[in-house]
Design a protein around this ligand. Structure first.
Ligand SMILES: NC(=O)c1ccc[n+]([C@@H]2O[C@H](COP(=O)([O-])OP(=O)(O)OC[C@H]3O[C@@H](n4cnc5c(N)ncnc54)[C@H](O)[C@@H]3O)[C@@H](O)[C@H]2O)c1
Length: 424
């Protein structure tokens, strides 16, 4: 039986694995399988990435050069832009982007393109797993028919599953191996095949009843975060009006040992997940005639935060009789979160845009991001700080010297509470 043959190959570490899309998700995943004895082929359309990887250069913070070089040396990892290699593999894990289009609707064209290419070489006993975050139904309604165009039948001839990626780039406590992996196939055989594969490498797999359940799990997780961050952002604005310190409120609230989980306000949300994933869900929901009110509202509240930050800057300057026009504003941190170099969907883009609209003179400093919006990152010195009319903390990177910043800034708007407890 095809399923048993695949399971045996996996057990014996003879199954050859492909990873399509070698970005923040795909490259660490490829390394996880390679480090645990599998032969892994990474496929990406970006030729520069392939050239770099072949030379042992990792562009992903969570994958060290040493780990990559070791995988190359042991011939456990090979990178290519040629999908034809799939003909020699036994399973493929898809980690391509799932962004929004210009009208802020799901753009699954990368998933479709990858699936169409996989369909060309699809063979009996092959396992396909989608890891990209997407709306419920993508695996079954979009990928399955594309793959079955090959003439092969899912469950009988090949296996198809969804397993959401939960990796948290830059998180030193949890990685690809230690984060439990949810898996749902388009049928029992597909689930079993995918569970066998991930179970061979990861600490824990969590089986669910269908691919669309697994797709929904990921969206619940990220929507949960987006909604709670929106709530606390709204609370933060409220607290500003009421003269209450939101950070003190959260610290006290989190002493409750049950029923409360702390979320923190900020200048908005960023990254490839939180600003996007909930909109995948609300879009799908609309197709079924149901308006996801809380999700849409939360997205709007979070999207409005950069403008609120700029309003606060204007207000603080105003108190010192300084107009925002021509004011010198230094932004600290433009990455979407602490200690990463990823600026995708970062709220810093909108903060910069709104400040420029008001005629402010902007500079920024980010130890992780050397260039941003045609600007170069500045060094934070006493002299430079003193020349600024206002300093705005957007990302609380550990490398910043908060004492120096607090001591020498005329106005400090700290949207992350990074300078908390520092007395100067
Ligand atoms: N970044 C995260 O923290 C994170 C966490 C969990 C889930 N996800 C999800 O994982 C998916 C991938 O995200 P990412 O951050 O790794 O994206 P990324 O942009 O870092 O990487 C995607 C890679 O896919 C390649 N690619 C695009 N089209 C391709 C194709 N047709 N064939 C082969 N390669 C192709 C790109 O060149 C790129 O290298 C998304 O759905 C995202 O929502 C991301």
């Amino acid at each position: 039986m095809l399923l048993n043959a695949l399971k045996k190959k996996i057990k014996d570490r003879e199954a050859r694995i492909g990873v399509v899309g070698l970005g923040y998700v795909g490259l660490p995943l490829a390394m996880a399988f390679a480090e645990r004895g599998f032969s892994v082929t990474g496929i990406d359309v970006d030729k520069r990435k392939i050239t770099g990887l072949r030379a042992g250069q990792s562009y992903i913070q969570d994958v060290s050069q040493a780990v990559l070089k070791n995988a190359l040396k042991k011939k456990r990892f090979h990178a290519t832009d040629d999908y034809a290699v799939l003909a020699h593999l036994d399973a493929v894990l898809i980690c391509v982007p799932t962004p929004l289009n210009k009208t802020r609707e799901p753009d699954i064209s990368f998933v479709v393109a990858a699936t169409q290419k996989i369909a060309r070489t699809l063979k009996k006993g092959f396992l396909v797993v989608l890891e990209s975050t997407t709306y419920p139904g993508t695996t079954e309604e979009v990928m399955l028919p594309l793959l079955e165009k090959s003439g092969l039948k899912a469950e009988r001839d090949f296996f198809l599953a969804f397993s959401p990626e939960r990796v948290d780039p830059g998180n030193p406590h949890f990685d690809t191996i230690s984060i439990p992996k949810v898996i749902g196939g388009v049928g029992k055989n597909s689930t079993e095949a995918a569970v066998e594969l991930y179970g061979a490498v990861l600490k824990r797999v969590v089986e669910v009843s269908s691919a669309k359940t697994a797709e929904m799990v990921k969206l619940l997780e990220n929507t949960f975060r987006s909604v709670n961050i929106a709530l606390v952002n709204e609370m933060a604005i409220m607290c500003d009006h009421l003269g209450i310190d939101i950070w003190e409120v959260i610290e006290a609230a989190k002493t409750k040992p049950f029923g409360f989980m702390p979320f923190y306000p900020g200048p908005g949300i960023g990254g490839h997940c939180l600003p996007i994933d909930p909109l995948y869900l609300s879009w799908k929901s609309r197709l079924h005639g149901f308006e996801a009110k809380i999700i849409e509202l939360a997205s709007r509240v979070n999207e409005d935060m950069p403008l609120y930050v700029v309003k606060r800057v204007a207000h603080l300057l105003n108190l010192r009789r300084t107009p925002l026009k021509n004011a010198k504003i230094l932004l600290l941190g433009v990455a979407y979160k602490r200690d990463v170099n990823d600026t995708r969907e970062s709220p810093a883009f909108d903060v910069v845009r709104h400040l420029l609209d008001e005629g402010a003179q902007i500079s920024y400093s980010d130890p992780w991001v050397p260039e941003f919006q045609k600007m170069k990152s500045k060094k934070v010195t006493v002299d430079f700080l003193r020349k600024q009319d206002c300093v705005v903390v957007l990302t609380d990177h550990a490398a910043f010297d908060w004492r120096l910043i607090k001591k020498h800034s005329k106005i400090l708007l700290d949207t992350r509470n990074a300078s908390k407890g520092i007395h100067v």
